[in-house]
Ligand binder design. Structure first.
Ligand code: ATP
Ligand code: MG
Length: 439
């Protein structure tokens, strides 16, 4: 036998058993976004490479070392598997002139690609839900997007996700701070790692974002940006905090929160948990007023965030375990030539009425088929032998007492296997349940 091929490292299969948690998460996310008036935008997985270098910034983890870039062998175009969604979303907003008439609230979800060292909570293909708003300049939208996070954790029953916020001010305000910061890091050149030394003069703010424990203490002593913010930036930051206080959303100001991407200004925020080890940020975002202009659009204020789906699903599963797989309503057992001719039609008929059916495939004795019916968790077995088939009937037997029955009596009634005509089958099944709509 030849050797089997494995998936690419850091790009995972999500198997049944886990995929149910993903569905649960995605269903919650969709109704949560709707409740805030965000509309879905579906974006390509591949974009021209310059989009990311221009949007994200040359001196960032992503552009320096994490992008999957390649040349289109047919036309030589430089392309990149999207490492994040904001750049593509902004490109689409500009390309289709979306924000010209009115502000936009948009979201997307799907896989992102970054060439990182795979570990718990960090993968090379991972999924984000991204939320972006265009055309709102005030702190009210920043607050809305922050409060959205809090509501989702509530809806998913996730405890212990805390909020950190900071303000990065405006680029001019950061320029002075940058020089001061670089001077401080120069004084501590001995503790800087290779990344930090390289960034010292190109992007010293990025050093604040380092995850290297050896630099933690030195970084903790670094000068703070907040002293450099002008009155307008301070008012924006104060306005945001006022709303958070009014709504009763607890937060912590983290002066070292600078975010990994260059495009942010004013508000930045992260939702963090201690339950996932080192990879504790489950959601991160902020304001990026300069980006639309920087990518060639008419300057438009904007603000957004992205959640790491793998990390959130991991949290859900650590708290609640695996959701029960959904059992079918009916397992259809059949044997004999005449039965075989009618069984598929019976199954399709049931499905037309909204009843979920697993159709037994692969033959076998009634006894072995009934075992599979039991194991499937189905509420009913519908049994068709040649005799039933010829009479235009089926046998119906209730299999499970647990859920869905109108009352105990109904279950007892249906537990006895009995013959019903094919025409009556749907009514017989619906009649037994608490609410016919649920079947
Ligand atoms: P980090 O500092 O952990 O590398 P980041 O700043 O690069 O994070 P963002 O670009 O802000 O992350 O992405 C938003 C969210 O997406 C993160 O908070 C995280 O939950 C998730 N995320 C980012 N990179 C990965 C990855 N490689 N694997 C899984 N989830 C990720
Ligand atoms: Mg990163």
């Amino acid at each position: 036998m030849s050797q089997s091929i494995q998936s690419v490292r850091g790009m995972n299969d999500i198997l049944p058993g886990e995929s149910e948690s993903w569905d649960l998460f995605e269903d919650s996310v969709r109704s949560w976004l709707k409740s805030y008036g965000y509309r879905k935008i579906r974006l390509p997985l591949v974009e021209p490479t310059p989009l990311f270098t221009r949007a994200i910034g040359e001196v960032t983890d992503i552009v320096e070392k994490e992008m999957y870039s390649f040349e289109d062998s047919l036309n030589g175009e430089r392309l990149t598997l999207r490492p994040e969604g904001t750049a593509g979303c902004v490109r689409a907003v500009i390309q289709h002139n979306l924000a010209a008439q009115r502000p936009q609230r948009l979201y997307y979800m799907g896989p992102m690609f970054r060439h990182e060292r795979p570990q718990k909570g960090r993968y090379r293909q991972f999924n984000q839900v991204g939320v972006e708003a265009f055309g709102f300049a005030g702190p009210d939208i920043d607050a809305e997007q922050i409060l959205m996070g809090g509501r989702l954790w509530d809806e998913l029953d996730l405890d212990g996700v805390r909020l950190e916020i900071n303000s990065l001010g405006q680029p001019e305000e950061r320029a002075k701070y940058r020089a001061e910061l670089a001077a401080y890091f120069e004084k501590h050149a001995g503790v800087l790692d290779e990344d930090a030394r390289r960034r010292l003069h190109t992007n010293p703010l990025r050093i604040l974002d380092s995850k290297n424990p050896a630099m933690r203490e030195m970084i903790a002593g670094a000068p703070r940006l907040v002293g450099h913010l002008g009155a307008a930036s301070m008012a924006h930051f104060e306005g945001l905090q006022q709303i958070l206080r009014d709504v009763g959303q607890p937060y912590e100001i983290n002066p070292r929160l600078v975010r990994g991407l260059d495009y942010y200004n004013l508000t930045v925020f992260e939702w963090v948990t201690d339950r996932l080890g080192a990879q504790g940020t489950v959601c991160a975002g902020g304001r990026y007023d300069g980006l639309v202009g920087q990518l060639g659009g008419k300057p438009t204020p904007a603000c957004g965030f992205a959640m790491g789906v793998e990390r959130l699903v991991m949290l859900m599963r650590e708290q609640d375990g695996e959701p029960e797989p959904e059992a079918p309503d009916v397992y259809l057992v059949h044997q004999g030539d005449a039965a075989q001719r009618v069984a598929p039609r019976v199954a399709e008929g049931l499905r037309s009425e909204g009843i979920d059916v697993i159709f037994h495939c692969g033959g076998g004795s009634f006894k072995s088929q009934m075992k599979k019916a039991d194991a499937s968790g189905a509420a009913f077995a519908v049994i068709i032998g040649d005799e039933e088939a010829r009479a235009g009937e089926v046998s119906l037997k209730a299999l499970r007492a647990e859920s869905g029955w109108r009352d105990e009596q109904k279950y007892e009634q249906k537990r006895e296997q009995r013959r019903v005509s094919v025409d009556r089958l749907v009514d017989e099944i619906i009649d037994a349940f608490l609410d016919g709509d649920d079947v």
